[in-house]
Design a protein around this ligand. Structure first.
Ligand SMILES: [Ca+2]
Ligand SMILES: [Ca+2]
Length: 295
């Protein structure tokens, strides 16, 4: 039998091919230049013909395969706060969503993630499935710096280098923190399922709670429920959102508003009680359970 990377024949025989004893399979080099090969990426064709005992050559048959020796291009993982995530009650820790992506001409087969604490050697982070492109992990507020790295593998098994995310730490402000100023009276509320066991709430139009902070991401922690009303959220004096806190069933410790900001300067995030509500809601209450931050 004779194999070639080139379809070229002379008198019916693959002229650039190599001759082998008959076999059902053998290892073949697409990059062998003597047989017309190269490392050109993409769809590649291999040509084969067979010889009988009398020396007659068969016609040429071929098959194609994708040659891919180029690893995926992976983008660094990005840590953020996501609306709807729930702050943990007991440890007071904060849900941080880390997301990433990669591209490859022939498709990405999967990812590996690892995490470093205060610059120490990274340890592996298990992913729910190889194709996972975001995870949510709980991190305690404090001085610890976290960093996530990701690498990607393509369908041919080529693995990219590690793409390194930015370091971040997590901040948490309970409703009594000195970084929050209130206008008008906000009623203290106490219940074990609140974040840290307590909130401040008001249903009166014009009542405001203002957090002054510096970081890259900020989130407002509040309560949704049958008797919760509507509030506006203002960032640096600009109205960003109207949040309707009504829900048919009580939802504690929710991130109900999140934003990304420039971490090189100080910002204000202000909650303004509107005194209005969803038609289905029984009251206009708005809770400040706290605020969270990525620095
Ligand atoms: Ca590839
Ligand atoms: Ca609280």
């Amino acid at each position: 039998m004779r194999i070639s990377n080139s379809p070229q024949t002379r008198t019916g025989v693959l002229s650039l091919g190599r001759t082998y004893s008959y076999a059902n399979s053998l290892t073949w080099d697409l990059g062998d230049t003597a047989t017309g090969g190269s490392l050109t990426q993409g769809a590649r064709t291999v040509y084969v013909q067979w010889q009988d005992g009398a020396g007659n050559w068969s016609g040429v048959r071929s098959d194609t395969i994708i040659l891919d020796t180029t690893p995926p291009v992976v983008r660094a993982p990005n840590a953020s706060l996501r609306n709807g995530n729930i702050v943990a009650s007991a440890s007071e820790s904060v849900p941080v969503t880390v997301a990433w992506s990669a591209s490859d001409t022939n498709g990405v087969a999967g990812y590996e993630a690892r995490r470093s604490e205060n610059g120490a050697s990274p340890i592996g982070v298990s992913l729910p499935s190889p194709a996972t492109t975001s995870i949510t992990r709980y991190h305690q507020p404090g001085l610890t710096n976290w960093r996530y790295d990701v690498r990607a593998r393509d369908r041919a098994g080529n693995v990219s280098g590690w793409a390194t995310g930015s370091q971040f730490s997590v901040g948490g402000y309970q409703e009594t923190a000195p970084d929050i100023s209130y206008s008008g009276y906000w009623t203290p509320g106490s219940y074990s399922w609140f974040w840290g066991g307590k909130v401040r709430y008001s249903g009166v139009v014009g009542r405001r709670a203002t957090l002054t902070f510096q970081g890259s991401k900020v989130g407002w922690v509040s309560t949704r429920g049958p008797n919760r009303g509507k509030a506006e959220v203002w960032l640096n004096g600009v109205r960003k959102a109207t949040v309707d806190l009504y829900a048919p069933k009580l939802q504690m410790r929710r991130l109900v508003y999140t934003a990304s900001v420039d971490n090189s300067v100080s910002h204000t995030l202000q909650v303004r009680v509107l005194g209005t509500k969803n038609a289905a809601a029984s009251n206009t209450y708005v809770d400040v359970d706290g605020f969270v931050l990525l620095r």
